[in-house]
Design a protein. Structure first.
Length: 131
């Protein structure tokens, strides 16, 4: 929908260095899926919270997973990361979340699988970081 400063109209990765020294990458691993997801859902992506528009299914999935993970012992930061990976994968966004901890040499792909019941509560989940 626009052009980047250098004239390219494609962005494949976005890097964020967090306060604690971890570096995150949002990588477009499936450009067709990413374009389809964005075209169908651009009004559901919120700028007010940097994630998903409040009240959307994405917002509910993220917060349900984040709460579940915190309840089973994840730190707030790790629960956030894993919940974001869950929403990205579950909704076939074509975007993968990777993380490199401070002092690490390699990024690891974050994957979170889970089950939500009809009450929008997560009933089980697993989260991994893989090379």
């Amino acid at each position: 929908e626009g052009r980047f400063q250098n004239g390219c109209n494609a962005l494949n990765e976005s890097y964020v260095v967090a306060h604690g020294g971890a570096t995150y990458v949002l990588s477009i691993t499936d450009p067709e899926a990413a374009q389809s997801f964005y075209s169908q859902n651009k009004t559901n992506l919120g700028t007010e919270n940097g994630m998903f528009k409040e009240g959307t299914a994405f917002f509910k999935e993220y917060f349900a997973m984040q709460q579940y993970l915190k309840d089973i012992g994840f730190s707030a930061a790790d629960a956030h990361d894993a919940a974001m990976a869950y929403v990205l994968d579950k909704n076939k966004t074509g975007v993968t979340l990777m993380k490199k901890e401070k002092g690490d040499d390699e990024f690891k792909t974050m994957k979170t699988k889970g089950t939500m019941n009809s009450d929008e509560k997560v009933t089980d989940a697993t989260s991994t970081k893989c090379k």
